[in-house]
Design a protein around this ligand. Structure first.
Ligand SMILES: [Zn+2]
Length: 143
């Protein structure tokens, strides 16, 4: 078997005979990177896998509800960063989500453009699924 170079760390390694297409060396960090990329690809390409992962994470969180509060308590820098990031997401959501108001009837109207369409939480959809949609206004009708 010929020597080759690890995709993650770039070090030379000898692939195992049982894995002739091996692209990562045996270092734990490189194997973690390999699994991380595999999972990322799988989550993007397999909606069932993604759905299972989301459900498993929710179930785990439910069973271990004390975990995150303990984690936040023991990692104040994480909690602070998280608060700041969430504030940013909230601000973005409140400005991006509100369409301009039509002065004549107080109803929101939309301009042509790209929008993100996501299912409401609590309807059994995976939280992470969102569609990018192009909306073209054909006509406005005042009811
Ligand atoms: Zn490596």
């Amino acid at each position: 078997m010929d020597k080759r170079w690890c995709t993650a760390c770039g070090c030379e390694f000898l692939p195992r005979a049982q894995a002739p297409h091996q692209r990562y060396c045996a270092e734990p960090e490189c194997q973690r990177e390999r699994r991380r990329l595999w999972q990322q690809t799988k989550r993007r390409s397999d909606p069932d896998y993604l759905q299972n992962q989301v459900q498993a994470q929710r179930a785990w969180s439910k069973r271990n509800s004390a975990y995150w509060s303990a984690y936040r308590e023991n990692h104040p820098e994480y909690a602070a960063r998280n608060r700041i990031n969430q504030r940013g997401r909230n601000a973005k959501r409140s400005t991006a989500g509100i369409a301009k108001m039509d002065a004549s009837n107080g109803m929101p109207f939309f301009d042509d453009g790209l929008y993100e369409l996501r299912p409401l939480e609590g309807l059994g959809f995976a939280k992470m699924v969102a569609w990018r949609v192009q909306i073209t206004v054909l006509a406005r009708q005042h009811l």
